[in-house]
Design a protein around this ligand. Structure first.
Ligand code: NAD
Length: 486
């Protein structure tokens, strides 16, 4: 796929803008191809196609047929598993082991899970007493919202995009997707699968480009869009909410995090180290749920830092396809500059660098990729920017605490509220602490253990609303109450 095209009304198209941008391989900075940018005319065509499709065969399709079709989409992804895998790896540079276990299987699963949710979740009913004694029956009827704009990020491209497209389509909406400019491939490939399985034209559309003055802004400002579901940075979320305010369009916002791991002295230390390692360094630290602040109870602090350091130094940076590669590069040169600016800032703010802090020496053509060292700091004050701001790289700060209350206070000392990971063998403490850290998702003795039926989202600057299971139905449908006088 050298030329990456928009997918509008069932057709792949360069569009008329004539503008392209480069698709870059993060492992070595090489140009892989060009992406055809969608501007106002292309976005308008996509939204119009999505509106028309609401009134076509898709709009009258039975729930059984619609959900069966979504199962075929999942099967279609799995049938081309290796192509999706290659596409995701070319765009992100992430290890094959990660993409083959998480990104692609979950990308397919999102269609099946939400098809099944739609089939199995009942709506509410209420019987009402009336003065004539005959009563009335109220029942809920779910209808699609309409055209949903899906704006997705680059860190888990297929997974996070289908996490929204799956439920949106299951509920009978049509979608226009704007994948991240960094990772256009798997969304485009999904267009091919949609065609193969017989998805009606216009139900799934893809427009490529950037945010401001490009596909992202044109899409979120388009009056033909009924709802916007977004995953990305909090600042971008704010801009999108402003656009959504015109016409009172619904929004679902899954935004940034500055998540805390809380490690008590009574934890199973092996599990806590293994889990914290994954939560800090998986996907090169580019996971919204990732841990960037680790609070460790003082009696085990030194031991914890020593073992985390040694594990971090054992991470293998390398080519995605190499079996022993445990960490890939960052997504882009721009993002590497941002992460390295925080590495520098940490030192300026007084951090002790336990390990890393720079750019690793890579062999051959990898030397020109966007690599950074896995990095651990200690010794920063709570006021440090590195403790407060999301870095989104393979790094964490580790800090001791002396009491449960202090740990909770420090974990909550952030503008964000996405996730936490609590490590303790004391059951009562686990429940107590999970109830007091202000986040959308609290893990106990685990991290990234996801059940797609559960609520997912964040508090404070980490987002608005919940998706997952029945919560996705809340966002992707309107609930009409029908009141029948008997
Ligand atoms: P980003 O906000 O830069 O971009 C996300 C998407 O928004 C991209 O497709 C981008 O082109 C688009 N966009 C940018 N400006 C826009 C505008 N003005 N109007 C419309 N669209 C616009 O985020 P990113 O760098 O791609 O992703 C990393 C961020 O995403 C991190 O902050 C991370 O925490 C967050 N994230 C959150 C979750 C979650 O579930 N809460 C999951 C993954 C990532």
């Amino acid at each position: 796929m050298k030329d990456i095209l928009n997918f509008i009304d069932g057709e792949f198209t360069k569009g008329t803008s004539g503008r392209t941008f480069d698709n870059i391989n993060p492992i070595n900075g090489e140009k892989l191809g060009v992406v055809h940018e969608a501007l106002e005319p292309e976005v308008d065509a996509a939204v119009q196609a999505a509106r028309r499709a609401l009134d076509g065969p898709w709009g009258t399709m039975s729930v059984a047929d619609r959900t069966a079709l979504l199962h075929r989409v999942a099967d279609g992804i799995n049938a081309r598993f290796d192509e999706f895998l290659d596409a995701e790896i070319l765009d992100t540079g992430k290890p094959l082991s990660l993409a083959s276990h998480i990104d692609i299987p979950r990308g397919a699963a999102n269609f099946k899970v939400f098809a099944d949710v739609v089939k199995n979740v009942p709506a509410e009913t209420f019987q009402l007493d009336t003065p004539d004694g005959r009563g009335a029956l109220n029942y809920g009827l779910r209808t699609p919202k309409g055209v949903v704009a899906v704006i997705s990020p680059w860190n888990l491209p297929l997974l996070l995009m289908t996490w929204k497209v799956g439920p949106a389509l299951a509920c009978g909406n049509t979608v226009v997707v704007k994948p991240s400019e960094e990772t256009p491939r798997t969304t485009t490939l999904l267009g091919e699968v949609m065609k193969e399985v017989g998805m009606p034209d216009g139900v799934f559309n893809v427009v490529h480009g950037f945010g401001p003055e490009s596909a992202g802004a044109y899409l979120t400002q388009h009056p033909g869009v009924d709802a916007i579901t977004f995953t990305g940075e909090t600042r971008t979320g704010e801009a999108i909410m402003k656009a959504a305010a015109v016409g009172l369009r619904h929004v679902s916002m899954e935004c940034g995090g500055k998540n805390a791991g809380v490690v008590f002295a009574d934890c199973d230390l092996d599990k806590a180290i293994e889990g914290t390692m994954r939560s800090v360094f998986a996907n090169c630290g580019q996971v919204c749920l990732g841990t960037e602040r680790v609070y460790v109870e003082r009696p085990i602090f030194d031991e914890f830092v020593k073992r985390l350091k040694s594990s971090a130094e054992n991470l293998r940076l390398g080519r995605p396809e190499d079996g022993d590669t445990s960490m890939g590069p960052l997504i882009s040169e721009e993002h590497r500059e941002k992460v390295l600016s925080y590495y520098k800032l940490a030192v300026e703010e007084g951090a002790t660098v336990v390990t890393g802090g720079g750019v690793p020496k890579m062999d051959g053509n990898l030397a020109s990729g966007w690599w950074v060292e896995p990095t651990i700091w200690t010794g920063l004050p709570e006021t440090a920017r590195v403790i407060k701001e999301e870095v989104f790289g393979p790094c964490c700060h580790v800090q001791p605490f002396d009491s449960e209350d202090e740990a909770i206070r420090m974990a909550n000392h952030t503008d964000y509220g996405l996730a936490t990971a609590i490590w303790t063998e004391d059951l009562s403490r686990a429940h107590r602490v999970a109830a007091q850290i202000d986040v959308g998702i609290a893990w106990v003795n685990s991290w990234f253990l996801r059940d797609l039926r559960t609520a997912f989202g964040g508090t404070k600057h980490s987002g608005i609303g919940r998706e997952g299971g029945v919560h996705s139905l809340e966002f992707y449908t309107e609930l009409r109450n029908v009141c029948v006088k008997l």
